[in-house]
Design a protein around this ligand. Structure first.
Ligand SMILES: NC(=O)c1ccc[n+]([C@@H]2O[C@H](COP(=O)([O-])OP(=O)(O)OC[C@H]3O[C@@H](n4cnc5c(N)ncnc54)[C@H](O)[C@@H]3O)[C@@H](O)[C@H]2O)c1
Length: 268
């Protein structure tokens, strides 16, 4: 897919990776870019900064009726949705003791948010025999987010769901991509680093921290090649291969890194 004249919706579009995608798609000539986010005012401000091609809207992706309404409204205004980026996501920073409310929120945003998006947007795409779904998952969905059990479990579920969609709908003309970045310089990671979270420090120690614009570059290239797995950090492919070939050796290496980081920051 190239982005010229495309109608695009991006959830979690108020900042970070979502806004960078919107900015980049607009620069590539998209016909309309809808930034939808729980933070409605921030989504509108981000859209205004992009320009007239963009618009902002309030949306809670855990509310299926609201996702459906946004899709219907976009199709009514712009005639279709060519690319739907299900990008909203939440981290918790918790382990097995994280409250059930955190596990529930991670499940509802990081997994059911993708399901609601697919249910709402696929009928229109299938009727036209074309369309592209981009699910922002995470490297945590093919590896492990040390320090965040709900994030790890739900991002693995998101990658599994994306793969299921890709296999099921490819022959009907639908393309599906799973975006799996590692560290990206957005509030999600920056807050964790500022608070000294072990998980954030493992990410920082495991590879380059990209800017959201660099992630957008990787997405545009991945969409152009209609790739399923979009890895802005190429090293993640190598980590995933090593993990698949030797799970015990991979885990031993990660535990060694965690011990080293804990020794230098005993408070974490
Ligand atoms: N920053 C990273 O290092 C990193 C790495 C891998 C994957 N990701 C993923 O990238 C995506 C974007 O995150 P980001 O890094 O830009 O962080 P971010 O926190 O800036 O963006 C997440 C956005 O999702 C929105 N959101 C949260 N719950 C929502 C809901 N219920 N409905 C609608 N919007 C909701 C937030 O308001 C926020 O604007 C997420 O799915 C995240 O898990 C981030």
């Amino acid at each position: 897919m190239n982005l010229t004249d495309r109608v695009v919706v991006i959830t979690g579009g108020a900042g970070g990776i979502g806004t960078a995608l919107g900015r980049r798609f607009a620069a590539e000539g998209a016909a309309a870019v809808v930034l939808a986010d729980l933070a409605a005012d921030a989504a509108r401000a981000a859209a205004e900064a992009i320009g007239p091609v963009a618009s902002g809207a309030g949306l809670d992706v855990t509310d299926e009726a609201a996702v459906r309404a946004l899709v219907e409204e976009t199709e009514r205004r712009h005639g279709r949705i060519d690319l739907f980026c299900a990008n909203a996501g939440v981290a918790t920073g918790g382990g097995i003791d994280a409250p059930d409310a955190d596990w529930d929120r991670a499940w509802r945003v990081n997994v059911l948010g993708h399901l609601h998006s697919a249910r709402a947007v696929l009928p229109g795409m299938l009727s036209r025999g074309q369309g592209h779904l981009l699910l922002t998952c995470s490297a945590a969905g093919v590896l492990t987010a040390v320090g965040d059990a709900p994030y790890t479990a739900t991002k693995h579920a998101a990658v599994g769901f994306a793969e299921w969609l890709a296999i099921t709908y490819r022959d009907a003309g639908i393309r599906v991509s799973a975006l799996c970045p590692q560290g990206v310089d957005t509030p999600m990671l920056a807050d964790g680093l500022a608070e000294g979270h072990l998980g954030a420090r493992v990410i920082a120690a495991s590879g380059t921290i990209l800017t959201p614009d660099q992630v957008a570059d990787a997405v545009v290239a991945g969409l152009a090649e209609e790739r399923f797995l979009i890895l802005p950090h190429p090293e993640v492919a190598d980590y995933a291969r090593r993990r698949a070939e030797d799970p015990d050796g991979w885990q031993a290496g990660l535990r060694k890194l965690v011990r080293k980081l804990r020794a230098s920051f005993p408070q974490s």
